[in-house]
Write a protein that binds this ligand. Structure first.
Ligand code: ATP
Ligand code: IP8
Length: 266
């Protein structure tokens, strides 16, 4: 069976998150799908894509307080609106992939999974496995879900990726975002921030500051990624955070090159 890669395309790259606009960053998305298509032509691997939200999800989720659970019924309108906004973004991602000849198919989390206090407790993958075996490319995303404890809540793509990686026994996880990896300080705030090439639970204390981007973000940004991926590493699955802004890096990562960003290991 060809190796399975789970790729997260960060909302900071595929949307205009830095301008807080719920618009697709077509230039970035076009280049990234081309890199994916080229890598798939050069190597045979199964691919699952999960994309983040940017303002398509974070802004309405914050507006309706969806990350704090269901407190009154007006939030149900927010549930519906946030999901629809994410579906619009998902449509674009699938559409761009298809235009590059990739057999992508939308995979909608909100009608499938159940959270308990923001953690996935149920997410069936039988169909997903069959699609992957057929060499289709399912495209899921961060979304709003039913939550057994809080009523409703947010499923971050950064949580779905390690969940699926464990359940589907992925060979590799690649997280593509708008910085080169994890730095000792937020590189968007500090010019002298230093990239950490490998993070394990031993050297994690090298990080002096980690958090979210300066933009609206209800799911914890880089700190959440780090915690989720360190936990995944305990199960023997390594991951790498890379920059999707620098042309060529994603393709090289998909083709198996390591050390392009920050590797997260046991
Ligand atoms: P989305 O959540 O919308 O999918 P994303 O996954 O691409 O977006 P963010 O969650 O916005 O990305 O996280 C990336 C941001 O994390 C960077 O833009 C950076 O400003 C911020 N960040 C904070 N602390 C650090 C750090 N120590 N190292 C690297 N980035 C950091
Ligand atoms: O950007 C967030 O997904 P993420 C999903 O992957 C919503 O954290 C709806 C805000």
């Amino acid at each position: 069976m060809p190796e399975l890669i789970i790729l997260k395309l960060g909302g900071s790259v595929i949307t205009k998150k830095s301008e807080e606009k719920a618009e697709v960053n077509e230039e970035n998305l076009k280049r990234l799908v081309r890199e994916i298509a080229e890598a798939r032509r050069e190597n045979n691997f199964r691919l699952m894509v999960v994309h983040g939200a940017g303002p398509f999800g974070h802004v309405p989720a914050k507006k309706y307080g969806l990350d704090r659970g269901l407190r009154d019924d007006t939030q149900l309108e927010g549930f519906s609106a946030t999901h629809q906004s994410m579906e619009r973004l998902n449509f674009s991602v699938v559409d761009f992939l298809r235009k590059e000849g990739i057999n992508a198919i939308a995979y909608q989390p909100s009608t499938l999974g159940i959270l308990k206090d923001k953690g996935l407790i149920y997410f069936p993958t039988e169909v997903l496995e069959k699609l992957l075996d057929m060499n289709m490319v399912p495209v899921a995303y961060g979304d709003v879900l039913v939550d057994e404890k809080t009523g409703i809540n947010i499923l971050s793509g950064d949580h779905l990726v390690p969940y699926l990686a464990r359940k589907l026994k992925a060979d590799r996880v690649v997280i593509a975002t708008d910085v080169h990896g994890i730095f000792n300080l937020d590189p968007k705030k500090y010019k002298d921030a230093e990239l950490i090439k490998e993070i394990t639970s031993e050297n994690v204390k090298l990080i002096r500051e980690i958090g979210t981007s300066k933009r609206t973000d209800v799911t914890g940004g880089m700190e959440r990624k780090l915690n989720e991926l360190l936990n995944l590493a305990k199960y023997g699955i390594e991951s790498e955070i890379i920059s999707a802004l620098k042309p060529g890096i994603l393709k090289r990562a998909l083709l198996g090159e390591k050390g392009l960003g920050t590797l997260i290991k046991k």
